[in-house]
Design a protein around this ligand. Structure first.
Ligand code: ZN
Length: 148
């Protein structure tokens, strides 16, 4: 299991050092700010949807390695997906991070690395922050989200 943890850590460090899809998104159809006061993570998620498909996903902001890597992995995972698929992924990640239901490892693919934070309860909110921002912007219920 130790090797697996090392692998998880490597992916997270890589995405923190070189975040994918980082920067503004001109013509975004959805924007949502997420804030995690416990850690000070602040991310701004932008989506561009066409009909029911998420064509583009980018993020800005500053946060710790976990929140940055989670946002980077998330934008990669949801690009090209339908809105309902992204919402399904949100609930699967929620289960993965809280450990309240078995995760579908095949479907989660690279996102499974986020399960590494389960052993660090204070970091769970860092990892879930971008996902809460995603859910909030897709449901359109709030202007910003806070993990508290
Ligand atoms: Zn954090």
């Amino acid at each position: 299991m130790e090797e697996l943890q090392d692998l998880y850590q490597e992916v997270i460090l890589d995405h923190n050092r070189n975040p994918r899809n980082f920067g503004p998104l001109p013509g975004a159809t959805h924007s949502m700010e997420g804030f995690n006061p416990l850690c000070g993570d602040r991310i701004h998620l932008h989506l561009k949807t066409n009909g029911n498909v998420i064509e583009e996903a980018r993020f800005e902001g500053q946060g710790c390695a976990i929140s940055t890597a989670s946002a980077s992995l998330m934008t990669e995972a949801i690009k090209g997906k339908r809105v309902e698929q992204a919402e399904q992924l949100f609930s699967e990640i929620h289960h993965l991070l809280t450990g309240d239901a078995p995760a579908d490892e095949d479907r989660l693919d690279k996102l499974i690395v986020l399960s590494g934070v389960r052993n660090f309860p204070t970091r769970v909110k860092c990892a879930s922050l971008p996902w809460h921002a995603l859910n909030a912007t897709l449901t359109g219920e709030e202007d910003s989200v806070s993990t508290e």
